[in-house]
Write a protein that binds this ligand. Structure first.
Ligand SMILES: Cc1ncc(COP(=O)(O)O)c(C=O)c1O
Length: 426
């Protein structure tokens, strides 16, 4: 690799032509300092940058790569489809197979519509809820991120929280006013909001992943189900992160409750752009061309994405989820021991293969708790891990993503890097 094409040169060139030198804000390393690596290749649980450095990757493309980088079955599926053509703008067999696979895995979904991103999935689910209820208002939870949809950017987590933006500029006030926000895990506040407003929808990440990993407290989601049913709002689970990650049936498989509408993305495309929203037949038949809720897309249900998605979902059997749980628990135990040795105020929160090390010692149940984390310490820890060859998501308010390619050796190496890194920042 020539020096002229190294990280520094690429970042300078990128910064001249792309805002912040990136195509999505959190990639810019603004919250942790330094400059982002430019990735040229990935294999298994590792990525290699333009300077030739290799890292154990805990970003995993922010979730899609549950099989790891360049899994041979996924590569073969994409190559085979690419040779047949990459897009037709006509129905293809792959989307039928993927729709059936999703409906078999997620009992609350009878029909799906494919789109090209998680943002499109939540945007369209919201339109469906508004079309079905004839109402406009919606309830979301502070710190939950549902993509960059105007109506869903209020108190959004992820990059919006990372960069300290209260909301985004450019969202018309009349749209922002239709969004009511309460604290995640606060069922009472949600119930009040639903009684005081005619809500079209209650939108929630069932396990929040965009303020770091924050599981629901007992009864929260079941309570939201009751509140939605009692007040005539639709309950939308945004399972863009958790779908086919916490279980084949997503978070809802782990719960005694089901939403009206589910949003999917990430894992179902195996690293190629895709999103989907699904619900009962009665609800989905309100979507065009059968019903009056209009929604469309040139590349929707793209055959490369459905091929990569199907190849990925084929790997996700019971043994795969047991393996993800086992390596997740191994990493958690290793990090907790390292935290104790370094005597640094920090805690690990985890759900399966999603995990966050928060630099606070108080349990994180909502965004306010997450914001008690010491972000300067996280930034120093991120840099220390990066120097030791571990690529973490460059924000305190994100999950680390494990994949089937993270084996015991990789976990040992991550924990081995975390020990001295935590001592350094203690
Ligand atoms: C829970 C959740 N919903 C929606 C989105 C938006 O998905 P996309 O980035 O594919 O538009 C994200 C992205 O990280 C997400 O985490």
């Amino acid at each position: 690799m020539s020096v002229a094409a190294g990280n520094r040169t690429l970042y300078e060139r990128a910064s001249r032509r792309m805002p912040g030198g990136v195509s999505s804000p959190v990639r810019a390393f603004g919250a942790v300092g330094g400059e982002p690596p430019f990735i040229v290749a990935g294999e298994g649980c590792r990525v290699r940058d333009a300077d030739g450095n290799s890292y154990i990757d805990l970003v995993c493309s922010w979730g899609p790569l549950i099989a790891g980088h360049a899994h041979p079955a996924v590569v073969a599926a994409i190559a085979e489809q690419a040779a047949l053509g990459s897009s037709f703008g006509m129905p293809t067999p792959g989307e039928v197979d993927l729709a059936e696979t999703i409906a078999r895995a997620v009992p609350s979904i009878e029909m799906v519509r494919f789109v090209s991103s998680g943002t499109e999935a939540t945007m369209s689910a919201l339109r469906l809820a508004r079309g079905a209820t004839g109402r406009s208002a919606l309830l979301k939870f502070a710190g939950c991120y549902h993509g960059h949809v105007d109506a869903l950017l209020a108190k959004a987590g992820s990059g919006v929280a990372t960069f300290g933006l209260p909301d985004s500029a450019g969202v018309p006030p009349e749209i922002a006013r239709a969004t009511i926000t309460v604290a995640f895990n606060d069922l009472e506040a949600a119930r009040r909001a639903a009684r005081e407003n005619a809500l079209a929808a209650i939108v929630v990440e069932p396990y929040a992943g965009n303020m770091g990993c924050v599981p629901p407290v007992d009864g929260f989601l079941e309570g939201l189900r009751r509140v939605a049913s009692e007040t005539g709002a639709l309950l939308i689970f945004d399972e863009v992160i958790t779908g086919f990650r916490l279980a084949r049936g997503g978070a809802q498989e782990l719960l005694a409750t089901a939403p009206d509408v589910t949003c999917l993305g990430k894992v179902i495309g195996g690293g190629v752009p895709i999103g989907a929203y699904g619900a009962s037949r009665a609800l989905m038949e309100r979507v065009a061309p059968v019903g009056p809720v209009y929604q469309a897309g040139t590349l929707s249900g793209n055959p490369l994405a459905t091929a990569a998605g199907l190849a990925t979902l084929a790997l996700l059997d019971r043994a795969a989820f047991e393996r993800l749980e086992r390596v997740g628990a191994l990493l958690q135990r290793g990090l907790e021991a390292a935290i104790a040795r370094a005597r640094v105020p920090a805690r690990v929160q985890r759900a399966g293969s999603l995990l966050t090390l928060f630099f606070t010692d108080r349990p994180v149940r909502n965004e306010d708790d997450a914001k008690t984390s010491d972000r300067l310490r996280f930034a120093a820890f991120h840099r220390a891990m990066f120097r030791r060859g571990v690529l973490l998501p460059p924000s305190q308010f994100e999950c680390w993503f494990l994949s089937l390619a993270h084996d015991d050796d990789a976990i040992e190496a991550i924990v081995g890097a975390a020990g001295p890194s935590l001592e350094e920042v203690a």
